[in-house]
Design a protein around this ligand. Structure first.
Ligand SMILES: Cc1cc2nc3c(=O)[nH]c(=O)nc-3n(C[C@H](O)[C@H](O)[C@H](O)COP(=O)(O)OP(=O)(O)OC[C@H]3O[C@@H](n4cnc5c(N)ncnc54)[C@H](O)[C@@H]3O)c2cc1C
Length: 388
């Protein structure tokens, strides 16, 4: 009988990632969480094995693998109980550089990113006043001779303190002068090493999860015109295609989280004996786990379908958004079932039923409501309920 294994060709990648992750057990993550520290050793280990450069073409020193392979790597990190949030941007920003960057930009940056001497971990889109309404962002980039001058503020820019480079979205044409409502924004690949303390300030935000997120302030920050990716004014389109890869990769992390919670919950349900029998013998304990497993499988199928479409050169907006929503729901459902199965012990840190991060994916990188708005409009043909 033919079987459906969309990631079968990456079993060796899965095994390799799992063996790296085995060196970073629950105690490692608990200690970092208590100190709100960045998992620098873990990130270095992934770089050393080439996994963070997986999607960089071989000619630039990467592994030359597909987005599907990137999704497998991130899924496996999460399935192993580790957390890729510290380093996943290196993968999802890659689509923007590879699809729209110039040869000179690729030559200048990709070899360093592949060998770990350069970190591209930050993605600067969100602003305090515009939120989800990206087209309303206010940060400006004004051309001045061979440079651009950046002014504005970004918020929730994760890993900026642990990154050498950043993909920045800024307005180059005032909104009321742009050719269309989606024109006038541009994408830049900026070098934070030169800018921090020189027009750019980064302030950490303390969050309920250990996420290394920040706000960033730009005051007359001067960047070379060569930092522009692709054509001026086309940045929103580039970012949307990059966001599809981001959504697919984050959805794969959610699938990994769901698998990890389901294994942990089922193991505990088999071992914990109350009223003279394992709690997992009760349907009231089994069913939430089984239901969460079914939802995880359905989400997994759409995640890898979206990844395959992206790899074939498409921009699968509907599939990527659907995958992100279903996978985020599945991971939260699995987290809830795992927590409930553990009873009181689910609240003890040493049991590692860490559901806080799983909740984040209902909100970021895009909230569930906005995905539903998008599907309602683009698939069902309903009136647009957001934006202009
Ligand atoms: C830990 C963390 C890390 C992040 N990392 C990054 C990063 O690295 N880079 C980056 O650029 N951003 C990052 N973000 C930002 C994230 O993408 C945004 O928080 C998210 O897109 C939502 O924007 P907002 O918080 O401003 O919510 P808002 O836009 O203010 O929305 C608030 C609520 O209202 C709902 N809502 C708004 N408009 C509508 C509507 N028309 N219809 C229905 N519901 C609506 C939303 O769904 C949401 O639930 C991060 C956020 C967090 C929390």
């Amino acid at each position: 009988m033919a079987s459906f294994h969309p990631t079968a060709e990456y079993e060796d990648v899965r095994a390799g990632v799992a063996s790296v992750c085995a060196e970073y057990p629950g105690e490692y993550w608990r200690d970092l969480d208590a100190r709100r520290a960045y998992p620098a050793d873990f990130v270095q280990a992934l770089i050393r094995e080439g996994y963070l450069g997986a999607m960089i073409p071989e000619e630039y020193g990467g592994l030359g693998l597909s987005l599907t392979a990137g999704a497998v790597i991130l899924e496996e990190i999460h399935r192993s109980g580790c957390n890729a949030a510290a380093c996943h941007a290196q993968m999802y920003t890659m689509g923007t550089v590879l699809r729209h960057g110039s040869d000179a930009q690729k030559q200048a940056y990709l070899p360093g990113i592949a060998d770990g001497s350069l970190r591209l971990q930050a993605f600067g889109v969100t602003e305090p006043t515009s939120g989800t309404d990206t087209l309303a962002l206010k940060t400006t980039a004004k051309r001045d001779g061979d440079d651009y001058i950046i002014n504005g503020q970004k918020i929730w820019i994760s890993r900026a303190e642990h990154s050498d480079l950043m993909i920045l979205l800024a307005r180059t044409t005032p909104r009321d002068q742009a050719k269309s409502k989606t024109d006038g924004l541009s994408v830049f690949l900026i070098d934070l090493r030169e800018l921090v303390g020189n027009g750019v300030e980064i302030r950490p935000i303390r969050t309920m999860i250990n996420h290394a997120t920040t706000e960033m302030f730009f005051e007359n920050a001067r960047i070379p015109a060569s930092a522009l990716i692709g054509e001026e004014g086309m940045g929103f389109r580039y970012i949307l295609s990059g966001m599809n890869s981001e959504r697919i990769l984050i959805a794969a992390e959610c699938i990994g989280d769901a698998k990890w919670f389901l294994k942990k919950g089922s193991d505990y349900a088999r071992e914990r004996v109350v009223f003279g029998k394992p709690i997992g013998a009760n349907q009231g304990v089994q069913f939430p786990l089984a239901r969460a497993h079914a939802h995880m499988m359905a989400a997994e199928a759409i995640v890898y379908r979206a990844a395959a479409m992206y790899d074939s050169g498409d921009n699968p907006g509907v599939e990527a958004n659907t995958a992100k929503m279903l996978a985020a729901d599945a991971s939260w459902e699995a987290a809830e079932a795992c927590l409930q199965t553990h009873g009181g012990f689910g609240f003890a840190e040493e049991y590692d039923v860490e559901f806080r991060e799983a909740r984040l994916y209902q909100v970021a990188p895009i909230s569930t409501n906005l995905i539903l708005c998008f599907i309602a409009e683009k698939v069902l043909g309903l009136p647009k309920s957001y934006g202009v």
